[in-house]
Design a protein around this ligand. Structure first.
Ligand code: ASP
Length: 439
């Protein structure tokens, strides 16, 4: 019997997790069983993916850069990558703002819901404000200081400093190109070996994917339901339905309409082939809400199934997972307009242009972990004069929207890898057999 494709297996895991959680909530099963015996498999899977994120980003960026060899080619690819990442992020936030201005989700929620959300989530919103205040204490150039770790090993030791890891990897890669080959070769070989071993590790980890995804989805839903009655949660989500629908509609439009148009204009890769190839990565991003946890799968799929050369993948994708967040940018556009509308604040065109600039710049600093966008959203709210406590209005559905925007984030990264691969002539023509295999 033909083995089911990975994306189908993961999808089955996801649906099974959903059904299990619904049954468990409906029938009032004890959550202890899920927490003690199901959740651990999700945690093991998630930790395994997180465990390889830092070494993968570090090693693959270094070999990506050193394999490109020629500094001129490197700056050309770097320039293109930067340009496309910035353009697609700006496009995403403009789309988010446009949809939110048309759908007006903030004008639909009642005053009663607004007050209820403020009282339920006000404290949580304030906590985000406090974190932001700590960050702001450093002055306007603090973000530049944050780019350089005072201790490389400290930066490598947690998943919150990926931007620092990226900066060090890029500069180290360039430095390796500048020293004599006799000296750089052993270092490069070390990272190549490490990178290959990590790719092998990913294969082991992915065997766990269907079970891991099942456990993650089941435990997440059951925990979200937590002490609250499902009807209470549903009631809140229902009150915010128009807002949730606006974000999801925007993400679907960006992912399945705008990206394919760009794909069609600049590459020969077909719609079905592209989406079938990246589906496993989208599902992992969706369930983990973390672009960096999904990075290993994104790299594997883009290289093996979309035929983008290893050099381009190793450079573009780790960078994208850390700095390119189109889904998050679109989400922030909608969320900020929603909060402003709900609080009765009128956003002028210049305020909205400021949102575009702020989102595009700050999305670079959004860590690729669950819920990371909340801090930068607080920052942008404050910068355009909206009370940060307005964040309370969007916290309830954040996790589910985080899952959706993270799937878009990694799709955007894959798209850019394909665009760069195609423009550099480093896209393998797939044979019909290979195309069938990817299905
Ligand atoms: N969870 C997102 C990611 O990892 C970041 C965010 O939007 O909060 O890409």
């Amino acid at each position: 019997m033909k083995k089911l494709g990975l994306h189908i297996q993961i999808f089955i895991g996801l649906v099974a997790g959903l059904i299990f959680a619904m049954l468990s909530i409906r029938l009032g099963w004890s959550t202890t069983f899920t927490v003690n015996y199901i959740k651990p498999f999700g945690t093991i899977f998630l930790n395994s993916l997180k465990m390889i994120a830092v070494p993968l980003i570090f090693a693959s960026l270094i070999i990506g850069i050193t394999n490109i060899e020629d500094i001129t080619k490197l700056s050309r690819i770097g320039g293109k990558t930067f340009f496309i990442y910035t353009t697609t992020t700006i496009l995403a936030v403009i789309l988010g703002l446009t949809i939110a201005n048309l759908a007006r989700p903030g004008q639909i929620i009642s005053e009663q819901t607004r007050d209820r959300l403020m009282s339920l989530y006000g404290d949580q919103a304030e906590q985000h404000g406090d974190v932001l205040q700590q960050i702001n204490q450093g002055g306007p150039l603090q973000f530049l200081i944050e780019l350089i770790p005072e201790n490389l090993f400290k930066a490598l030791s947690d998943n919150f400093h990926l931007l620092q890891v990226v900066v060090v990897a890029i500069t180290l890669g360039i430095a390796l190109l500048k020293i004599p080959l006799r000296k750089s070769k052993p270092v490069i070989l070390f990272f190549e070996g490490l990178n290959d071993a990590i790719i092998e590790l990913i294969r082991f980890i992915m065997q766990l994917a269907p079970l891991g995804v099942f456990a993650l989805v089941a435990s997440l839903l059951i925990e979200v339901a937590g002490g609250n009655s499902p009807s209470e949660i549903l009631e809140i989500l229902f009150a915010l339905l128009w807002y949730i629908a606006t974000v999801i509609l925007g993400l679907l439009l960006l992912t399945y309409v705008i990206y394919p148009i760009i794909l069609k204009l600049f590459t020969k890769i077909g719609y079905t082939h592209f989406f079938k190839s990246i589906q496993p990565a989208q599902l992992i991003a969706f369930t983990t809400s973390s672009s960096s946890a999904a990075l290993s799968v994104t790299m594997e799929q883009v290289e093996k199934h979309l035929g983008v050369s290893e050099d381009i993948c190793s450079f573009v994708l780790p960078l994208g997972a850390t700095v390119n967040m189109d889904g998050t940018a679109l989400y922030q556009g909608v969320a900020i307009v929603f909060i402003a509308q709900a609080l009765g604040i009128n956003l002028s065109i210049s305020a909205q242009l400021m949102i575009v600039a702020n989102v595009a710049i700050s999305s670079i600093g959004v860590a690729s972990v669950p819920g990371a966008a909340m801090i930068t959203t607080t920052m942008i709210l404050q910068s355009i004069g909206i009370p940060a406590v307005g964040l309370a209005l969007i916290l309830a559905p954040d996790r589910i929207l985080d899952m959706c925007r993270t799937a878009t984030n990694i799709t955007g990264d894959a798209l850019v890898a394909v665009l760069i691969g195609s423009s550099e002539g480093e896209l393998t023509e797939m044979t019909n057999e290979q195309l069938l295999e990817t299905g």
